[in-house]
Write a protein that binds this ligand. Structure first.
Ligand SMILES: [Zn+2]
Length: 289
């Protein structure tokens, strides 16, 4: 069983690196904040999980932002993982709940030959964006495809979600396994064959339990951190982006006595008075009244 709300990074003496993330509470919170039905909740939960497991270089505080253009009615999905312990995200157009989640529906809605843009940054790396065409398949298959083509390393990704009968998220967890340059390629091929599925949840006495593999003595836990949903929004960021608007648009915002801005990621509402706006704009030499 994966540990609830935790990210663990392992390395084996066979040269296999595994990052496991259980983002259950973050996925539940996302479902709550964005009022998601089962299908959108699972898809967003899995994409959040994908961002968490892709931030493998935890020692250098790697952050990952996904812009997942589905080409389905969901539109674009955004997900960020940062500081090795926080995730946040939203779906542009969540489904209306008329269909209950199924794996086939997930594959149909998460990728209609869309595109995935991945931004990665860390203490050592300036942000850089890579883009790949999404293949057919579920969320994990798309992430697997991305990492295999962008990193040129042999990788394997699995992400699972559990729902209750009302369509509420019970668990979301996933992992990425990567073969290191001097790693045992044959063993990796056996452990992570395409048709083999590891058990992330129901692991009682099962041979295919991921935790059994990770508890073998040749697996070393390199790092661990709790994970939760957290947004980076705040008045300072809003101020900064509004100050960047062209003057004509700034003037347009001053028609009413206040404006209301809601954060897409966390739903938080900010009310900003006309007075404050004028102060902000004039700080940047806007000379508005
Ligand atoms: Zn926010």
């Amino acid at each position: 069983m994966s540990v609830m709300n935790q990210i663990d990074h392992y390395l084996s003496t066979d040269g296999i690196r595994i990052t496991v993330a259980d983002i259950t509470d973050a996925a539940r919170e996302a479902q709550e904040i964005h009022h998601l039905s089962s299908l959108s909740a699972v898809i967003l939960g899995k994409v959040l999980n994908a961002s968490a497991i892709l931030a493998m270089d935890f020692k250098n505080h790697e952050g990952v932002s996904l812009k997942w253009v589905t080409n389905s009615p969901l539109g674009t999905i955004h997900a960020d993982a940062y500081e090795g312990r926080y995730v946040r995200g939203f779906i542009e157009h969540p489904d209306d709940g008329s269909v209950f989640y199924t794996p086939d529906k997930e594959a149909e809605w998460v990728s209609r030959r869309g595109k995935l843009f991945v931004t990665r940054y860390s203490l050592l790396k300036m942000p850089y964006v890579s883009a790949v065409d999404l293949p057919d398949g579920d969320t994990a298959a798309c992430v697997s495809d991305y990492i295999n083509s962008s990193d040129q390393t042999l990788s394997h990704v699995e992400i699972e979600a559990l729902l209750d009968e009302k369509g509420k998220i019970i668990r979301v967890a996933g992992f990425i396994a990567q073969l290191m340059p001097e790693g045992d390629k044959k063993l990796f091929g056996e452990l992570f064959a395409r048709d083999r599925k590891w058990n992330l949840f129901d692991e009682s006495g099962k041979e295919d339990a991921l935790s059994t593999l990770l508890h073998k003595e040749n697996y070393v836990l390199l790092g661990t951190a709790p994970v939760s949903f957290r947004c980076t929004c705040g008045e300072d960021r809003i101020k900064h982006s509004l100050q960047g608007l062209p003057l004509a648009e700034q003037q347009g915002l001053l028609d009413d006595d206040h404006i209301e801005i809601a954060c897409h990621y966390c739903g938080k509402k900010y009310e900003i008075s006309r007075e404050t706006l004028i102060k902000w704009f004039n700080e940047k030499g806007g000379n508005v009244q």
